[in-house]
Write a protein that binds this ligand. Structure first.
Ligand code: COI
Length: 358
């Protein structure tokens, strides 16, 4: 397939601030939405099945038919990845395993009956979006530019069927830490009546429809002072799956365990990287069923995700009982956080070829 795109010229207002995000308070970023300058848009009809003519345009509202597949039937996927200001090369930016996001989107698109961009198109579009919004990449150590690729059924459809047209869109926003706790340990609560996923469902792909259904549990947990929710499997209500926005790991007697990606678990790219980095440190890592009993007996618990990075868990509450875990110095999660973020920011040698410099 053929595709083209070129970097637009920055307006004079943008140019005066080309290397910084203007008035933004880099020290207090959090995970709120700061609109940036450009987004990338590429379209495809179901008939063609091939995306083409992707281009950057000014960030702003998009027009959608009221009968578009995404609005009516939730035919949509999203991705998340980050660009960091590179430590070792002045003026360049680092992406972390972007082709993994591209492949995950392709896998999800197959499940959701959508055509998807090629890996090459996806990575090219991500690079273009970062470069066009480069003034919004936070200074070293202050955060990252969060990149949000979307793939949506944008064409109109009334009866339940795949939409006739698809839009691939990427926007970006500068972000700091995901949870309000910052880098401090988080407190989770196990939810046993609302489930995130079910066997044969879509828990294992990054469809937009996995997220709104957990808002009720998440809001309820927040109102009770918890950071987030841990979901149980829908069949046995015994095995832990993941939190609303991140994967789960436990550590017991030097063995690391995480729920296996059996269809109800999102195959996180940070999860995959953490498994490899833990093995490199000599830990045995098991991808298996992780029960409530495993969790309450663990020495250490942590969550992983692109937005979350690696968040240590200080407590999990289950049926009103609070269980506490080791956090702070000499924990695996802290060591992994340092190793991972050093690679992502270009502070440590990337022996695995995970980073892509722009
Ligand atoms: C990410 O970690 O990038 C995600 O997609 C989770 C989202 C709920 C912020």
């Amino acid at each position: 397939c053929r595709w083209r795109s070129s970097l637009p010229q920055l307006d004079s207002a943008d140019r005066s601030d080309e290397e910084s995000g203007g008035e933004i308070d880099w020290d207090n970023l959090g995970f709120g939405l700061t609109p940036t300058d450009y987004m990338y848009v590429m379209r495809c009809s179901l008939e063609d099945g091939v995306f083409s003519r992707g281009e950057l345009s000014r960030y702003g509202n998009i027009e959608l038919s009221p009968s578009s597949g995404v609005i009516n039937y939730g035919q949509g996927l999203f991705e998340g990845l980050k660009a960091y200001r590179a430590a070792n090369q002045q003026g360049s930016y680092m992406l972390f395993r972007p082709e993994e996001n591209a492949r995950r989107m392709q896998h999800g698109a197959e499940r959701m009956c959508m055509p998807s961009p090629s890996v090459e198109q996806f990575v090219h579009a991500v690079k273009q979006t970062v470069l066009a919004n480069r003034r919004w990449v936070p200074p070293q150590g202050k955060g990252a530019l969060y990149i949000r690729p979307l793939l949506i059924g944008s064409g109109p459809i009334l009866g339940l069927a795949p939409a006739p047209e698809y839009t691939f869109l990427i926007y970006a926003a500068p972000v700091g830490t995901y949870f309000k706790e910052g880098l401090a340990p988080i407190n989770l609560v196990v939810e046993d009546s609302i489930h995130r996923a079910m066997p044969g469902g879509t828990g294992g792909v990054k469809t937009i429809t996995n997220y709104a259904p957990v808002l009720k549990a998440q809001m309820d947990a927040k109102s009770r002072g918890f950071t987030d929710v841990l979901y149980l499997d829908a069949v046995h209500k015994t095995y832990l799956e993941e939190a609303s926005s991140c994967n789960l790991f436990i550590v017991k007697d030097g063995v690391v365990a995480t729920p296996a990606t059996v269809g109800t678990i999102l195959p996180g790219i940070t999860r995959k990287s953490v498994i490899e980095l833990s093995r490199d440190r000599g830990y045995q890592v098991e991808e298996r069923l992780v029960s409530i009993d495993d969790l309450v007996g663990a020495d250490e618990v942590f969550c992983t995700g692109t937005a979350v990075v690696i968040a240590p868990v200080s407590s999990v509450t289950y049926h009103g009982q609070r269980y506490e875990f080791r956090t702070g110095h000499d924990t695996l999660s802290q060591a992994l956080h340092t190793t991972l973020t050093s690679i992502q920011m270009g502070l440590a040698e990337d022996k695995k070829g995970w980073t892509v410099a722009i």
